[in-house]
Write a protein that binds this ligand. Sequence first.
Ligand code: FES
Length: 191
Amino acid sequence: MPVARRPVMSVDHPIPEPDDLARRPFLKRALALLLGAGALLTPLAAGLTALLHPLRRQAGTGTVVRVTSFSALPEDGTPRRFPVLADRRNAWNRSLNEPLGAVFIRRTGPESAEALHAVCPHAGCLIDFAPATGDFQCPCHKSSFDRSGRISQPNSPSPRDMDSLEIQVRDREVWVRFQNFRTGSTRKIPV
Ligand code: FES
């Protein structure tokens, strides 16, 4: 009489249970989904970081930058021009102290100051401060402004006053929200 043969089992490679066999395709698909999502999200996150970095928000809302210490401002309220520098970063690179532009800052009180954009609203030349006359003068087409930045001449080539910028003095450090504005317009339009 023939003897029924029993399945051979190995201790090293146990025969998988039917439930295990059913779960394997599911696990494979889940793993593939996870890897695919990771591959998509990594560049997306890098792109968002670059997009949301302060330097990218310059258009419209400006970039908040520490410009100088309060003690660097002349005590008599004379405006002084400062470069505006900030670190620039994107998904791959980071460069330090990139120039964004320039501002005039002057003290208006023991702990207060005001900031004016150093670019002329007429056609974009860099404005100078003339200590002898105590006003701002543009070398290109001779617009002039008083020390508060208001047009100080009739028939000014500049269509508007110098552009004021938001400023804060915190712990004796001067911070400015720096942004550029459209030239040649009577209105102060951020660009
Ligand atoms: S650019 Fe300043 S007056 Fe023309």
